[in-house]
Write a new protein. Structure first.
Length: 368
């Protein structure tokens, strides 16, 4: 299948005084799976509608390869969109729903039958071709919606939160199937979701959005491991990154994080890549997997905490444990067999390489 890059250049969409999309630029390489990730109202679906031609920008350009499609009608863009609501025609069979776009283009009946059958077999819905949408489960309807997009042989797939109406187990299975489809077809894909787990699972590139802007773009590993600011750090990751407020103190042996409840030695400023500045007020962040609980004895690392076990949340393969550190709480991910109980005093090590620091005023990352 032929693929093409997608380029968004300084896109802007205003609704009165509200800038739903604000000077947004993005390069989607040939065959890449790129996700726009963010909370409701951040502009991600508006951006997708602009790309699809369902809405028009007040400024900026949309290029498909070298072709400017900013003002090209949706049906001439060679893009296919999969909606959150599936948008199937209830009075048509599965076969008719998938083949409808080909019928509109006047393709021969034999060609429609051949392509619809091939797509249906690929999605394992060949046995459902004579049913109507009301006779299908949510997952089956989603496959039909994907089939309707696939049959168009588009240059770009646009997916607008396509799994949000499915239950958790089916959502996970559909993610896997879409990933397999993408790898098999190699089609350029632009995906919209508020679910960071979907974004991490599917994407080659994640673009985290806020207030109509892309605040950080990068691989899933970059977004998770090196969040650019506090907003990205808190939005990406389950459970959310734990945060402690305090200040940085410098001494001959290095830098320490301190507040009324804790003091954590971080090491030499150069070793942690600390940006230049005094940083009187900072926020220290740590993810659950970078916290090690010692049920007995002292923690051995420089970055250690004295704390009390609070709420424990078993999730099967792991247990999330809330550690009460003064007025703050840090979450640790531990093995379910770890012998601890609520109210028990423990010590904990923070993995030095897993410590994140943000400026309190701006939220910007201040370590490498």
């Amino acid at each position: 299948m032929v693929v093409a890059s997608l380029s968004l250049r300084n896109l802007e969409r205003r609704y009165g005084q509200v800038r739903a999309v604000d000077d947004l630029s993005l390069e989607v390489p040939d065959g890449a799976f790129v996700t726009l990730l963010g909370p409701s109202g951040c502009g991600k679906s508006t951006t997708l509608n602009l790309v699809a031609g369902l809405d028009h920008p007040n400024a900026g350009k949309i290029l498909l390869g070298d072709r400017d499609v900013t003002r090209v009608p949706p049906n001439e863009r060679r893009m296919a969109m999969v909606f959150q609501s599936y948008a199937l025609y209830p009075n048509m069979t599965v076969f008719e729903n998938i083949g409808f776009s080909m019928k509109l283009r006047g393709r021969p009946a034999a060609e429609i039958t051949e392509r619809v059958t091939a797509v249906a077999e690929m999605l394992d819905i060949g046995h459902l071709l004579h049913r109507r949408p009301a006779q299908l489960s949510g997952g089956q309807q989603q496959r039909v919606a994907l089939g309707r997009a696939l049959v168009k042989q588009p240059l770009v797939f646009l997916l607008d939160e396509p799994f949000s109406n499915l239950d958790a187990s089916l959502r996970a299975r559909m993610r896997t199937e879409v990933k397999h489809l993408h790898l098999a077809l190699g089609t350029t894909s632009l995906f919209v979701t508020h679910d960071q787990e979907e974004a991490m699972t599917l994407s080659d590139l994640i673009c985290v959005m806020r207030d109509g802007k892309i605040v950080q773009s990068g691989s899933p590993a970059e977004i998770y491991g090196k969040p650019r600011d506090r907003y990205v750090a808190e939005f990406v990751g389950k459970p959310r990154m734990s945060l402690l407020h305090g200040s940085l103190e410098r001494a001959a042996n290095g830098v320490s994080f301190a507040n009324p409840d804790v003091r954590i030695e971080l090491g030499p400023a150069a070793a942690i890549g600390l940006a230049e500045g005094d940083w009187p007020s900072v926020i220290l962040g740590v993810r659950a997997e970078d916290v090690t609980i010692h049920a007995s004895g002292e923690a051995t690392g420089r970055a250690r905490l004295r704390s009390t076990v609070g709420l424990m949340e078993p999730i099967g393969s792991d247990t999330f444990v809330e550690l009460e550190v003064g007025e703050a709480t840090i979450v640790a991910r531990v093995h379910p067999d770890l012998a601890i109980a609520p109210g028990q005093p423990v010590t904990a090590d923070l993995r030095p390489g897993g410590i994140h620091l943000f400026a309190k005023e701006t939220g910007e990352r201040i370590v490498a």
